[in-house]
Design a protein around this ligand. Sequence first.
Ligand SMILES: [Zn+2]
Length: 515
Amino acid sequence: MEGFDVSELVPRGFVVESATRDGDGFVIAIRGSASVCRCPICGCVCGRVHSQYRRRLADLPATGVRIALILQTRRFFCDAAACTRRIFAERFDAVEPRARRTNRLDDVVHCLAIALGRRPAASLSRRLNVVVSNDTLLRMVRRRGPRTCPPPAIVGIDDWAWRRNHRYGTLVCDLERHATIALLPDREPATAEAWLAQQSQICIVARDRGGGYAVAAQRALPHAIQVADRWHLMENASGAFLDAVRKSMRQIRTAMGASVIDPSLLTSAEKLQYEGYVRREETNAAILSLKARGIAIKEIVRRTGYSRGLIRKILRGQRSDVFRVRQSSLEPYLPWLDEQWEAGCRNGATLWKVLRLRGFRGCLRVVSEWSARRKKAEKADPAALARAPSARTVARLLTLGRERLSKAETITVAAIENGVAVLVEAREIILEFQGIIRRKALAELDTWISRARGSLVAAFANGVSKDKAAIEAAIALSWSNGQTEGQICKLKLVKRQMYGRGNLDLLQARVMGLA
Ligand SMILES: [Zn+2]
């Protein structure tokens, strides 16, 4: 086995003078191995020593034992006649001037700070027997700044939330290197513009459809191709259809023959009954409307899946059942009950006891359900009594595949489709747009815009037309902002680890360091 020399423990370029134990650690006295040093100002080689002093430095621990270096540092005369410096301190590769830690210790601590965040890094450092405070870590991350990145050519830009609905920043991602390359402190177009303007080599900018980044990129990089985000385009298209449904709610209600009962005013037993009633009414309406369009019974059977017998019955008007609530046994007592109610006696059990004395033979539940309904009715807004599914529900039903609809939903959809033709057209137009994006059918975009401009989704078509170049790029190019969203997820993770106290420079150093 070979021997082991203490000089192997210290960084290269030093000679060990002595090594001693000092309490829990080792103290190693060292000096530079070179006999001369270059002047930091003029660069000339100097060898005339002026004086010496000692510096104490922390180095990496060895086998978990703390190591302090006592570095004998010389001061040299600079003999160059033209130099402005007369005396300078010796420089070393392994230690920065005035540093209190060796570079290799600094590197390790910096890595910990980047990977873990300050506080966890400080506590892990203690476990590793490296003494470094929270503040030192902060200064270190600040001083070193984020990693330097090669200048990007293709970037994605998007916003991210410091705090949802309060404060937003901007994230720039190098789409070729799959890495975050900048965090900007806000999402103002001017801030993004200033950053982009310094990167004139960028040739493609992928961005969402918000508008702000489009303006910034246009101003800073007029030659760059802008790419609208495909995912947002699909989302915006769906949003446009929802708007179309909202605009058509009146016609939809008419088409569905929506009843004027608010199911929230019903008790649970009644609700079941009521839902059956609504379903039957919808079926009736849909079947009657198919018939009115001259469709043969055989075809109606095929489309709705109902039996021929039932459809005949409906067409003859023999299935218009009236919705009956469960209060029939109460009917003779209603005027009396109303009186009691108005007088302030509203307890179901008490009312029931008195009713029994007056000859009522029903059970307590009938009375308590009646009083529950009265209470609800008093709270309810009379204007909200009309029942119709929400616009969101209608939009969802209209865009789901037929095979995924229940029978009742199929009936509802059929009723709307029969009654609101403009909505059917809007749906076709939106599906067509999404198809163009999916199939990359660039040539069809112009025709689509002119067709859509005459429909319920005209506003969306105008937006597409305004942003046409970027949308064409989104169809033609493979770059997308999807990756930027992934980077934003990573950022959120780091931000959460920093317990919301993240300063932008720390956040940036950590996010870019993790890339
Ligand atoms: Zn000099």
